[in-house]
Design a protein around this ligand. Structure first.
Ligand SMILES: Cc1ncc(COP(=O)(O)O)c(C=O)c1O
Ligand SMILES: N[C@@H](CCOP(=O)(O)O)C(=O)O
Length: 409
């Protein structure tokens, strides 16, 4: 059994109450389980990775709305690791989820919960991936979906997904933070279920990234998990989940939670660096990594706590560092990710060069979304295809191939 609990004042709410923040103090909510009633061991968790493998720690009782999310690969980044003198550098490729990003873990739980609560429609604001995922899972569930997108700032692949899967797509003349404020009002006033990461049930699904990481390594906890941070739900969800596993005796420690933000959009990294108790809102966030172009992260309080309590850190990376890391992953490791996702690897490189990450650390970078989400940025940053006439000679000429003449007998 579980209930909702305010992280600020401790007020408790029943599991079936549709609320997103505390009615007394407006604090963020967490789903809190009766851990004394959960008997889960490593033995129970044998078998392939997937979100629903960890059902005992998820707040859904019936059959979930699922497209077989989770179970994403972990790749050893041997070449990038060798370049920075780190043997144990890994990337967990969340772009391999059904809609191409980690949001599917949250939406399988969030949309299942919407149905369980009897909600008739769902909505979100989005820099792209949340809307794509909600559109997909809404279609699967047969429930209407409304998405609010910041005009002109959403990557093409993501808009295409939201449109194709049948969401009502509204383009807002403002940034993501404006769209989130508007969708929160819209949902509360009209009884629409809000499925941004302020919804504590959605975040429960995302904690399974952490479960899968420790499960993959035979319950050996890596020293550090590095994530790109935008609205800051993912880093907090993974931290919460790993704490639950520790409470249940399945793991014995928590990795250093490390958040990476783009320089032009870095309220959390700035607060960590300055030691400020809370963030200062970035009024005009800007970065090529549109997925993390967020100035007022809704989960900031939870994220600062996760980073500080785990002994982790936060860092900023430039757009140039992000695009370089995206290309390194693609060319040297064969891993195709969108720009925001590459921020975690750009952060890995920067923190290693700064001496923050030690030689013997095992580090897992979560790469959050697929390369094909943002084809426009890719095309801008790669050489153009070479145009040739339709002849073998022309192709050989541009490839610099000289044919050996075969002598006739
Ligand atoms: C691809 C991608 N990476 C990272 C993030 C940041 O995740 P979070 O908002 O949970 O910090 C997002 C969305 O916010 C995203 O779409
Ligand atoms: N990158 C996100 C931004 C919204 O974050 P959420 O986790 O609160 O839904 C997106 O893909 O829209």
């Amino acid at each position: 059994m579980y209930h909702l609990e305010c992280i600020k004042c401790g007020a408790k709410y029943p599991a079936d109450e549709v609320i997103y923040t505390c009615k007394k103090c407006d604090g963020l909510l967490d789903v809190v389980y009766d851990y004394s009633k959960i008997h889960l061991t490593r033995e129970d968790l044998k078998g392939p990775l997937s979100v629903w493998k960890y059902k005992a720690l998820l707040p859904v009782s019936g059959e979930p709305v699922t497209l077989k999310e989770g179970g994403t690969p972990i790749y050893h980044m041997k070449k990038i690791g060798a370049e920075i003198g780190l043997k144990e550098a890994y990337a967990k490729h969340e772009g391999m989820n059904p809609s191409g990003s980690f949001k599917d873990r949250g939406m399988t739980v969030g949309v299942s919960k919407a149905l369980e609560l009897g909600m008739k429609s769902v909505a979100c604001a989005s820099t792209g991936n949340t809307s794509a995922s909600l559109a997909v899972y809404g279609a699967r569930a047969g429930i209407p979906v409304i998405v609010l997108l910041p005009q002109g700032k959403v990557a093409l692949g993501k808009v295409a997904q939201a449109l194709m899967h049948g969401a009502r797509v509204i383009s807002v003349k403002g940034n993501f933070d404006d769209a989130l404020r508007l969708v929160r009002e819209l949902c509360i006033e009209n009884g629409i279920y809000l499925l941004n990461s302020i919804n504590p049930y959605r975040l429960e699904g995302q904690k399974t990234i952490g479960f899968e990481i420790v499960d993959y390594f035979g319950w050996e906890v890596p020293d550090r998990i590095i994530l790109p941070v935008g609205n800051a739900g993912n880093i907090t969800a993974i931290y919460k989940g790993l704490n639950e596993m520790k409470k249940l005796g399945i793991i014995d420690r928590i990795p250093k939670m490390t958040g990476i933000q783009a320089e032009g959009s870095a309220p959390i990294a700035k607060a960590i660096k300055s030691g400020a108790a809370n963030i200062s809102v970035e009024e005009h966030p800007e970065t090529v990594a549109t997925a993390i172009r967020i100035g007022d992260p809704v989960n900031a309080v939870k994220a600062l706590n996760a980073i500080r309590k785990s002994g982790g850190t936060a860092e900023t990376v430039t757009d140039e560092e992000i695009l370089n890391a995206q290309k390194m992953l693609a060319v040297k490791e064969g891993i195709g990710v969108e720009p925001a996702s590459a921020a975690s690897v750009a952060g890995l490189i920067k923190l290693r060069n700064m001496g923050v990450i030690e030689d013997d650390e095992r580090v897992v970078c979560v790469v959050t979304g697929h390369l094909l989400k943002d084809p426009e940025t890719v095309i801008k940053n790669c050489d153009k295809p070479i145009e040739v006439e339709a002849s073998e000679e022309a192709i050989e000429k541009v490839l610099g191939i000289k044919k050996m003449k075969v002598k006739a007998k």
